[in-house]
Design a protein. Structure first.
Length: 283
């Protein structure tokens, strides 16, 4: 579930990057950019703690980008130092994150930024609700959005080159979707409660990212859940599309029991062409 921090201490500043997507998690704020985790922000025992992956902090030297390898040590390279350094070299850090983040995650975040109905990414449907639960214990679906009438819908996103959508037998994605369907059907109240709490947190935070989502929540009265996870397949060209329809879609439809008119399967070559109405059609 997406449990919310009731008394957040991190407030968004006035100068914000439109490429950033912010996730509220239990006692944490996750700041995503280019599909990767730029910052994990916590406030344990009254002290602000910000973490990021070490790979994102390497900088090229201005004069010579090569490091000297001695027998038992390597000459020291340049690294981002502290939050001030992160702000100073922010564009470079963003480029580093893109190098280390898979395209699928980048596509998911781009959808979240371009479609205002998307309110959450990397959604833990199981595991996060328990204190100290491992991230590996959570079943994570890529994206959650809210339709104009307050229907909460969850989406799994797969690119054409992902092996999980193709198999001689049942594709792996079918098992994922069935598991998500079971969780959505069995934990409706917990999920709705988690998002209602999350929107309460948004009311306490500044910045257009949160204001946009508060406005979204104010457009309807009560949340409801669509109990089936929808699958988005994207990032393919015309020639790949022919192969897609003849083999991949049949395996997924047969496994899920979907007919060729099912709106739970969204297939579009360029993810930038996915619109709000396509995500929530038929609800």
């Amino acid at each position: 579930m997406p449990p919310a921090q009731r008394n957040p201490h991190v407030r968004a500043g006035p100068h914000q990057d439109d490429d950033v997507f912010i996730l509220i998690r239990k006692n944490r704020v996750h700041v995503l950019v280019n599909g990767g985790l730029l910052l994990q922000v916590e406030y344990p025992r009254g002290k602000l703690v910000c973490k990021t992956h070490e790979e994102f902090l390497s900088l090229r030297s201005k004069d010579n980008s090569y490091l000297t390898l001695h027998e038992d040590k390597t000459s020291q390279g340049r690294r981002v130092q502290g939050l001030k350094g992160l702000a100073e070299h922010y564009k470079k850090v963003k480029r580093r994150i893109k190098l280390f983040t898979g395209r699928e995650k980048q596509v998911v975040q781009n959808l979240g930024l371009c479609i205002e109905e998307v309110i959450d990414l990397e959604v833990g449907l199981e595991g996060e609700k328990k204190e100290g639960a491992s991230r590996k214990g959570a079943q994570r679906i890529d994206m959650a959005g809210i339709s104009n009438d307050g229907k909460l819908v969850f989406f799994e996103v797969k690119l054409f080159d992902n092996s999980e959508i193709r198999s001689k037998g049942e594709p792996k994605v079918v098992g994922q979707l069935k598991k998500y369907d079971g969780l959505l059907g069995g934990h409706q109240r917990d999920i709705i409660k988690g998002y209602e709490e999350q929107f309460e947190v948004y009311k306490k935070l500044d910045g257009k990212f949160f204001k946009k989502r508060r406005k979204r929540k104010n457009s309807f009265r009560d949340l409801d859940i669509y109990r089936k996870a929808r699958l988005i397949i994207t990032d393919f060209d015309g020639s790949q599309r022919e192969f897609l329809y003849s083999t991949i879609l049949k395996g997924i439809r047969d496994g899920m029991g979907w007919d060729d008119k099912s709106l739970d399967l969204i297939v579009i070559g360029n993810h930038k062409n996915i619109k709000q109405e396509g995500l929530f059609r038929g609800l």
